[in-house]
Design a protein around this ligand. Sequence first.
Ligand SMILES: [Zn+2]
Length: 237
Amino acid sequence: MIEQIDIFLELQQIDDNIDEAERNKKTLPLKMKKIYKENLEVKNKLNLKTEEFKTLQVKMKRVELDLKEKSNKIEKHQEDLFGGKVSDIKELKQLQKVIGKYKEEKDQIEEDLLVFMEESENFQKIIIGFQEALKDKEEKYEKCKEETNANITKTVNMVNSLNNKRKKIIEKINDIRFLKQYELLRRDKGGDVILLVDNAICPGCFLDLPSDVVYHLKTDSSMVICPNCSRILIWRE
Ligand SMILES: [Zn+2]
């Protein structure tokens, strides 16, 4: 019987290891998922800034055209002014007034353009920053993916080898009734269901064990089922 008890305890140890490996397998891709999510965030920010930059570039082009148009107009009016075609004083004054107005407008456009150019430089800096961050994150993700896949393979192999061990252990079990009880309990309660007892309290349900159960445990060196929680108990002092 003692040999059988050891077999059950070994089986339970193997099942604990299998459960732990399975839990581990589930958590392994979490780090990878986190990095993936971070990458996506950086990518979205980069796309947003790139779009904003494009809009600014369109705006700048329009302003540059506007500036050229004003320069052309000034040039044309100056030709009229100094070309000698116009001789009427009133008309000449009017021309000077128009040129003055265009020059003012041109100055304003040039000021706007300077602000846009500064903005454009800032955009480029930010975009380069995001591009570099994205490159780093993508490298980090690839590295993590490789590590995760290697660890998953390792874990799967470990579970396979544990399952083989399990099969061999089960072949050594004489009492199929206990095995069935064990498997049923493990499925229902999870975790350890074969428990070592050294006093009159069940370590599974924490209730007092009847004296005949304790006596049976102590004297027979066998596995006894707790009348309260049905876990399998073994006496070990
Ligand atoms: Zn119990």
